[in-house]
Each structure stands twice: as structure tokens, then as C-alpha cells.
Design a protein around this ligand. Structure first.
Ligand code: HEC
Length: 434
């Protein structure tokens, strides 16, 4: 674990806005950063959002509570029946194809990260990157040749639960719950709760982190120019400026030949590192963290005071993120991979006019309708009732224009009306009385 101190060193960890702040080495730069990013006004909105909550204590009891996330349920079945779990073991990818299929995670969501930023760092390099795949609730990490696959799955009570799958053809597939992962996945970078982490930084040619280049807590608010340092990005429009595809400080990027090589490489079951997948991943991982944070902080406040009035700022910050009020614009239109769009929208719920919160825009922004589809999720539904109701009452007021806070002025009335109508039809249990 020699790498942990370096990776865990978070420097400035306060993330007080729904969005991100770049991290620089010099304190002297901060006034400039605040000035350029305009985040000062939000700095107090959600004070302490990176503060680690005591999620192993009551009422959450993270490590000892039984998980009911989608992978946990499948895992319990596999354990109950000792004869199951023998699946085809692919000569190059091991259990990856079988696990993707079993968990219904699309292979077209493939993204490649070459920075040595995660657990099995010694197996990761620009020529042997880590592939990530995801669906609405499940995330899978695969590194060619590494002994373990890494899995994270959203639990409606526990936030995110982590598992490893041993890549050994002499063993059946077993999802082993692994609470060590929260060393990184349960700290400042994941809003202080068991959740997702994302980084954007420069590396040297071997994928090793170059310090002082980190941008913390990537989300849909992070400008495209700051995103994807340490990642491959294979189908972004050529005029997008971003930090991807640059292993090595002096490199101007890895060049189209090399990209083509990786995109068509036999190391992975899909080609490339999809731009739409990256954009969606940036949005939804942070959304999951927000829901978990509200959940756990809500439980604690209720246990302590019997009400959630002190969560006002958190709820407003949550709503800003939910409604994309500070989403970074796309520099120019993106043509996505049709296969991944189809996979992403397979479970989209549509209203009578055919509209869905999963409809994409991709001209200037990610989604056509500015409200996260993750509102309509098991995790949101399982928020403590007091918290969920407080969010829904405020949401209704914002969408109908009765709450006119300057935070929400970017939301245009036609979009607000469309979101209201879509939610009424597709999530009637959440919109009772709207
Ligand atoms: C040393 C810190 C560290 C540890 C420990 C760690 N991770 Fe991660 N993990 C990361 C980082 C950083 C990312 C973001 C992608 C990247 O840089 O590779 C990540 C990303 C992921 C993702 C993709 C979703 C996301 O959060 O962006 C999964 C799935 C994942 N890790 C699973 C695991 C599992 C399972 C374990 C424990 C067995 C684990 N990780 C332990 C640092 C860590």
C-alpha cells in the first residue's frame, strides 16, 4: 500500500459547491482561481460537503449492514447455490464478458483510463489502460492481466457498495464485498460518503501522476477543458480542447495513429474510450454521491434533531446539480455512438409525447431536458421521507416558478414545464399532489 499516501493526499479538499474547483499547488493561486471560476458565491452553500461522515456508526453501519444493491442480490444467489457461477472464461478478458452480460452493463460504455490512480495501479499504464463500463447503477473496472475485476454498485441504503471478482478460471464467479475500497471511495473525493471518485490530472509517460495538476471532483460542472486528464478520449469532435490523450507532460497528445491503435486494440472487448460515456459518467457518478450524501446526512440529522431543517443548503445545492444549473457547455455538437445511445436509453421511461429524461441534446449540453434521470431511481426513492419530501416540494416550486431563486434562473420556463410534465407521467409516485 505504498502508493496510498500519494494518492490519498488531497491537498485542498473542501468542495463546497455542487461543482468542482481545480486544485493547484500554490495557495497564492487561489484568489485567481476563485476569480476565474466564479465559485466564491457558492462556497458557503454547502459548507463541509467533503467532510467524511461517520458512516460506519449508527444509524448507517456501512461495513456491517447487509447490502441490497443489484450486485449484492445476485451475489447472494450465487452464494446460495454453490453450483452456479461457472461461466465462460474468455482467453483475453477472463470473466469480463460474462459479468457484463450477467449485470446487464453495456460493453459500448467502455472508457479507458491510463493514469495510475486506482487500486491495481501497477497493472495500469498508457499501453495497458484500465477499462471502465457502467449502467445506471453498476460500474465495472477491468485491467488486462490484473488479478481482480472491480465492481461498484449503488445501494439504496448504503450508497455505493464495492466488490472484487477474482479472474481465475478454476474458480466460479464470486462477487466479494470489499470494504477496503472506501479508503479512496469514502473520503473527500466522494463527498465524504461511500461513492465514486473521478480525477483529471497529468501523468508522465508511464501513467504516474504528476503532482499539482489535479482537478478534484469531476462532474458535469467541470469545463471540458479541465476534464479527462489521465483518460483516453477517442471520438470527441476535433475542436474540443480537453486534457485527455496526453501521457507525458511535453506531449501534445498521443496522435491519431496511436489512438487508432488503442481504439482497435485486442486488449478490450470494445473499441476506444467513448466521449458520450465519459460525459454521462461525469454526470451520474457525482449525482449518486449527492444522493448518498443527502441520505446519510439526513439520517444523522433526523436521529439527532428529529427534523432536517439544517439541511437547507445541502438540498438547494442538490437541486442545482439535479437541474444542471451550472453545467459546463459542450464546445460544439457531439455525434455519439449509436450503439451506446441505444443501450443507455433502453430503459428510458417516456411520456405520451415520447419525451424522456434520458433524451440527449449533445449540441450545447448533455441532456435535452435539464433534470437528472437519477431522480427516478431506487436510491432517490429510499431517501429518508423528510428529506425526499423537502426535495420534491422545492423541486415543484422551482419548476412551477413559485420559488424564484437566482440559483435557478438558468432554467428556462419551457424546459421547466417539460420536466414537470415528464415527471408527472413517468414517476407518478414522486409527483403526488403536483
Ligand atoms: C487508491 C485509491 C483507490 C482505491 C483503494 C480503489 N479505487 Fe476505485 N477508483 C479510484 C479512482 C481514482 C477512480 C477513478 C478512475 C481512475 O482514475 O481509474 C476509481 C474508479 C473506480 C470505479 C469506476 C467508477 C468511479 O468511481 O469512477 C470502480 C467501479 C472502482 N473504482 C472500483 C473499486 C473497487 C471495487 C475497489 C476496491 C476493491 C476500489 N475501486 C479501490 C481509486 C481507488
Amino acid at each position: 500500500m505504498d502508493y496510498l499516501p500519494q494518492i490519498l493526499s488531497t491537498g485542498f479538499s473542501a468542495m463546497n459547491t455542487p461543482c468542482v474547483r481545480p486544485r493547484f499547488a500554490s495557495v497564492l493561486l487561489w484568489p485567481l482561481v476563485f476569480f476565474l471560476c466564479g465559485t466564491v458565491s457558492h462556497a458557503a452553500d454547502f459548507q463541509g460537503s467533503t467532510h467524511r461522515l461517520e458512516f460506519d456508526a449508527a444509524p448507517v453501519l456501512y461495513s456491517s449492514a447487509e447490502a441490497t444493491d443489484p450486485v449484492g442480490k445476485i451475489s447472494a444467489k450465487l452464494r446460495a447455490n454453490r453450483t452456479t457461477g461457472w461461466m465462460p472464461f474468455h482467453p483475453d478478458f477472463g470473466y469480463l464478458p460474462a459479468v457484463l452480460e450477467m449485470l446487464n452493463v453495456p460493453v459500448s460504455s467502455q472508457m479507458l483510463v491510463f493514469s495510475k490512480t486506482s487500486l491495481q495501479r501497477h497493472n495500469i499504464s498508457p499501453t495497458n489502460p484500465r477499462a471502465l463500463y457502467f449502467s445506471d447503477e453498476i460500474y465495472i473496472g477491468f485491467i488486462p492481466g490484473a488479478p481482480e475485476m472491480e465492481v461498484a454498485s449503488v445501494d439504496p441504503d448504503l450508497g455505493t457498495v464495492f466488490y472484487t471478482v477474482h479472474q481465475d478460471k478454476d474458480e466460479p464467479v464470486r462477487f466479494r464485498r470489499n470494504n477496503d475500497c472506501i479508503q479512496c471511495h469514502g473520503a473527500a473525493r466522494s463527498m465524504g460518503v461511500p461513492g465514486f471518485v473521478l480525477r483529471s490530472l497529468e501523468t508522465d509517460v508511464s501513467g504516474e501522476i504528476l503532482t499539482a495538476t489535479d482537478t478534484d471532483e469531476i462532474s458535469h460542472c467541470t469545463s471540458i477543458a479541465q476534464r479527462w486528464g489521465g483518460w483516453y478520449v477517442t471520438n470527441a469532435p476535433s475542436d474540443w480542447v480537453h486534457r485527455g490523450n496526453s501521457p507525458g507532460p511535453t506531449s501534445e497528445g498521443i496522435g491519431s495513429n496511436r489512438l487508432h491503435e488503442i481504439a482497435t486494440s485486442k486488449l478490450f472487448p470494445a473499441a476506444g474510450s467513448d466521449t458520450l460515456a465519459l460525459l454521462l459518467h461525469d454526470h451520474q457518478t457525482h449525482m449518486h454521491n449527492y444522493i448518498t450524501r443527502l441520505h446519510m446526512e439526513g439520517q444523522q440529522r433526523i436521529a439527532e434533531y428529529g427534523h432536517v431543517r439544517y439541511l437547507d443548503n445541502q438540498i438547494r445545492a442538490f437541486l442545482r446539480y439535479l437541474l444542471f444549473t451550472e453545467e459546463a457547455p459542450l464546445p460544439s455538437p457531439l455525434t455519439p455512438s449509436a450503439e451506446f445511445v441505444a443501450a443507455f436509453q433502453k430503459n428510458a421511461k417516456r411520456d405520451a409525447k415520447g419525451r424522456s429524461l434520458k433524451d440527449l441534446d449533445l449540441n450545447t449540453r448533455l441532456f435535452r431536458y435539464p433534470c437528472s434521470f437519477l431522480l427516478d431511481s431506487a436510491a432517490f426513492r429510499k431517501l429518508p421521507t423528510l428529506v425526499r419530501n423537502a426535495v420534491l416540494v422545492r423541486l415543484h416550486a422551482i419548476l412551477t416558478g413559485t420559488e424564484e431563486h437566482s440559483d435557478f434562473k438558468r432554467l428556462i420556463p419551457d424546459d421547466a414545464q417539460a420536466v414537470l410534465e415528464i415527471l408527472r407521467e413517468t414517476a407518478p409516485d414522486l409527483t403526488v399532489g403536483w
